[in-house]
Design a protein around this ligand. Structure first.
Ligand code: ADP
Ligand code: MG
Length: 159
């Protein structure tokens, strides 16, 4: 099953990210799929806002992964934000050990997550962003965790 939202502006894409927070729990790895400029980082900015992160969120291009402290009342303490665009080998992705990091009261979100497995066997949601006509983005959520979070995702899609 997949869930989708139409996001005509960057702010709508951020809102889709922020409103995904009730669908998430500690230990989740969210994979973001879509071409350069699709709006992956924009979506993460919204997700971070929904988690009460106050730092500015940009693509962690040169570090592969950045750690953001979530605000009080967030369901987890830390958001890990990775970007595998410049990854050179699958081993490099595994070295990030995101699957282990998220067990410590965190959620991870991974741009270009389809390029390498970061959390083999881990529970994942996949967010795919496709460009439509004009600036419209279609944001679709599926993946192994989608069935488990079906009720929350249905609310997300209808928001
Ligand atoms: P990615 O991380 O996928 O490479 P970014 O989020 O960095 O993409 O960039 C997306 C760009 O597209 C931004 O400049 C943003 O302002 C623009 N944009 C225009 N319309 C939208 C939209 N509806 N949703 C998201 N981004 C949009
Ligand atoms: Mg990006």
């Amino acid at each position: 099953m997949s869930y989708a939202r139409r996001c005509p502006t960057p702010e709508e894409t951020r809102r889709a990210g922020a409103e995904l927070v009730p669908c998430l729990a500690r230990g989740d790895v969210v994979t973001l799929v879509g071409p350069l400029g699709a709006g992956k980082t924009t979506f993460v900015q919204g997700l971070a806002r929904g988690l009460g992160v106050t730092e500015r969120v940009t693509s962690p291009t040169f570090t592969l992964v950045r750690e953001h402290r979530c605000g009080p009342g967030a369901p987890v303490r830390v958001l890990h934000h990775a970007d595998l665009y410049r990854i050179e080998s699958a081993d490099e992705a595994l070295d990030l050990a995101l699957g282990e990091l998220v067990e410590e009261d965190a959620i991870a979100v991974v741009e270009w997550g389809e390029l390498a497995p970061v959390a083999p066997g881990g529970a994942t949601l996949t967010v795919t962003i496709a460009r439509g006509p004009d600036d419209v983005r279609l944001v679709t959520v599926d993946g192994p965790l989608a069935a488990v979070r079906a009720d929350a995702l249905q609310r997300w899609a209808g928001a």
